[in-house]
Design a protein around this ligand. Structure first.
Ligand code: SIN
Length: 287
């Protein structure tokens, strides 16, 4: 039996992510949560292995300690959420009676911050790996504080005061969202506008905020200049010095902070089963 008095925090890489050992998050109390929150602010992403006591109820209770939960966004298959748990989004490639159980299938999901295309994107997401493939389906996390801090000075100067329009039509798996029209003009397609550099409301640190590359547009620039600047920013950002990839085991739970990191997912064998339950915590307008 764990005493659950204190946590031990072990970095997963030099750049982002730490494993918290010695606790079952189903039994976290206020004092323990304060320690977890402090470790999370320092490491951006926390991994909890072997969560044998995890249930949907525990996932929701733990997530509510971080903040108010969003109702799960609709997925591209129009599947209903879990009865009694409207906050939980199922991410899965599994078909039950020919019907997808959840969102995103087995394909790669590109780098993104969750729901960057709305006015108040979620602060955080909590992902529970219930069934995972033996290989593939790893989730990468990228440190956006660091991407800003080590940006070459001329590139940094070029983004001063700029904002990005975050297209709302297409999700990170490349699927058109429910009711969305294919994008024909990046300058007029729908989506929220956020500053390229945002300040984290808890740590006070500045982070680059790109959202996702597909269909994004830098406000006020001619389209070709916007594309060239976004290409330069993404080339700088998407480099191994900024990220770490997590290889899942069943029973892993991961929290990430959408205000200062992006994530992506590798594709995996369509015959393998991957079932994840995810919550997300309401956020504020990036500033
Ligand atoms: C996501 O983008 O939230 C999904 C990540 C994953 O399936 O690993």
């Amino acid at each position: 039996m764990l005493d659950q008095q204190s946590i031990s925090v072990t970095p997963m890489s030099d750049v982002i992510g730490a494993e918290v050992r010695g606790i079952q998050i189903a039994r976290v109390d206020d004092a323990l949560f304060d320690q977890i929150h402090a470790a999370w602010m320092d490491n951006l992403v926390l991994l909890f292995r072997d969560q044998t006591e995890m249930t949907d109820d525990a996932l929701v209770r733990f997530s509510r300690r971080i903040g108010v939960l969003d109702i799960a966004p609709p997925n591209e298959n129009g599947q209903p959420v879990i009865p009694g748990f409207p906050e939980i989004l199922i991410i899965s490639n599994v078909l039950e009676n020919g019907v997808p159980l959840g969102a995103l299938g087995n394909a790669e999901a590109i780098w993104h911050s969750d729901m960057n295309y709305i006015e108040e994107p979620p602060t955080a997401s909590v992902l529970w790996g219930m069934e995972v493939p033996e290989t593939g389906g790893d989730t990468g996390f990228l440190n956006m504080y660091k991407a800003l801090e080590d940006m070459p000075a001329d590139l940094r100067r070029r983004i001063d005061g700029l904002s990005v329009k975050h297209d709302s039509s297409t999700n990170s798996g490349g699927f058109l969202r429910d009711g969305a029209q294919p994008v024909t003009d990046l300058t007029t397609c729908p989506g929220a506008i956020h500053p390229i550099v945002r300040t984290h409301p808890v740590t006070g640190r500045k982070a680059l905020y790109l959202g996702r590359r597909r269909n994004s547009y830098i406000m006020g620039l001619p389209l070709d200049e916007s594309e060239a600047l976004l290409d330069a920013l993404w080339a700088h950002t998407d480099q191994p010095a900024h990220y770490w990839h997590h290889q899942w085991r069943p029973g892993d739970v991961v929290i990430w902070d959408n205000r200062c990191c992006m994530h992506r997912r590798d594709s995996f064998d369509p015959q393998a089963r991957r079932i994840m339950h995810r919550t997300q915590i309401k956020g504020d307008k990036p500033a």
